[in-house]
Design a protein around this ligand. Structure first.
Ligand code: SF4
Length: 347
């Protein structure tokens, strides 16, 4: 909470002063030697990640404009169920707050997804979560996700009419996805279930930012705030260099990802964070080692030490990542009371 207040204050100040030749270096200095030191003091080594992302697949049925999918070179596939079960068994022995059942791909393409959710819930995983584009959230899929025990999911819905949606989420269909979402809410009501709670996320861009108000008009009547449903405004990011929406200044902050979150690709490789969508820097392989061994390995500890020193030069995605920089153009507005955009990767 305090951290987010401080960060938002810095962002606002930065936005006001971004072109001032004297003030901006001072701001950089205060972020690096004030805010960053405060954030670093909060980094605590824990024996096991508090959140684990398991990429069930990196296949996708969309071609969204903001996604660097066209530059992904790794093969596409699905995580074998046996490997998934092994991971869940290990995770269930620790106090893990949330398991993501997705990473870089559309999770609903995975026919075994309801089984994966059941396996996680049967092993006592507290919170299962995923992000989807919603295009495959057909009525039978909605019912199976609800019955399997999915706790929460997010739908990226980046348009408010056929034109803006179809131009942004290329390959998908505005009306069909909207209908899926309407029917999901109906099925959840009919099944008298309070899970999964849902967040619907909008991403204002050049083509659709004028329509942000329409987004709320469409979805506000559908959600159930008592259950915990939310609407959220998201922001663009550089995706570890896969895109270049923001100018990159100097790295000013230690990235806190590796103190909390582990991301496992469908083939078992472990990467530093979800920004490494192409798996360029694997820091372990869960086919060969346990999550705990990788989490506490010398290799990952070295990366943590480098991050603390703001030494990112060995890490290609970090060199191009805007999450550790307060770049000039990245001042996204938060929508208070409706659900704020996650600032993943930022301390
Ligand atoms: S700096 Fe960016 S790319 Fe590197 S680990 Fe953090 S969020 Fe990922």
């Amino acid at each position: 909470m305090i951290k987010s207040i401080i960060k938002n204050t810095i962002l606002k100040t930065y936005a006001k002063m971004e072109n001032h030749p004297l003030i901006q270096p001072l701001l950089d200095y205060s972020i690096k030697y004030g805010y960053n030191l405060y954030c670093k003091s909060k980094l605590k080594a824990i024996e096991f990640p508090s959140e684990v992302w398991i990429e069930n697949t990196n296949h996708c049925n969309a071609d969204c404009v903001m996604c660097p999918r066209e530059s992904m070179t790794r093969k596409c596939g699905f995580m074998p169920l046996g490997l998934y079960e092994k991971l869940i068994r290990e995770i269930s022995r620790y106090n893990v707050k949330r398991v993501h059942l997705h990473n870089f791909g559309e999770p609903l393409l995975d026919k075994e997804l309801p089984d994966r959710i059941k396996i996680a819930k049967n092993h006592g995983i507290k919170h299962t979560f995923l992000v989807t584009n919603g295009s495959l959230l057909f009525p039978d899929v909605s019912a199976s996700l609800i019955k399997a025990g999915l706790d929460e999911f997010k739908i990226s819905f980046y348009g408010t009419d056929s034109k803006t949606y179809n131009e942004t989420m290329r390959g998908l269909d505005f009306e069909k996805t909207l209908q899926n979402i309407r029917i999901f809410f109906k099925i959840r009501r009919e099944l008298n279930s309070s899970t999964p709670k849902i967040t619907i996320r909008y991403l204002p861009q050049k083509s659709n930012k004028e329509k942000t108000g329409d987004f709320f008009k469409i979805f506000r009547p559908m959600i159930n705030k008592h259950i915990g449903d939310k609407l959220e405004i998201y922001r663009l990011h550089n995706y570890g260099g896969g895109k270049d929406y923001y100018d990159l200044g100097r790295a000013l902050m230690a990235c806190g990802y590796l103190w909390n979150i582990m991301v496992i690709l469908y083939d078992g490789k472990v990467v530093k964070c979800c920004m490494d969508y192409d798996g360029t820097h694997a820091v372990g392989d869960v086919n060969k080692s346990s999550i705990r061994e990788i989490w506490n390995s010398d290799e990952l500890n070295k990366v943590r030490e480098d991050f603390k020193r703001l030494n990112y030069k060995e890490y290609a995605t970090c060199i191009k990542c805007d999450e550790i920089r307060f770049s000039k153009k990245r001042h996204n507005k938060r929508v208070s009371g409706i659900g704020s955009a996650p600032a993943f990767g930022i301390l």
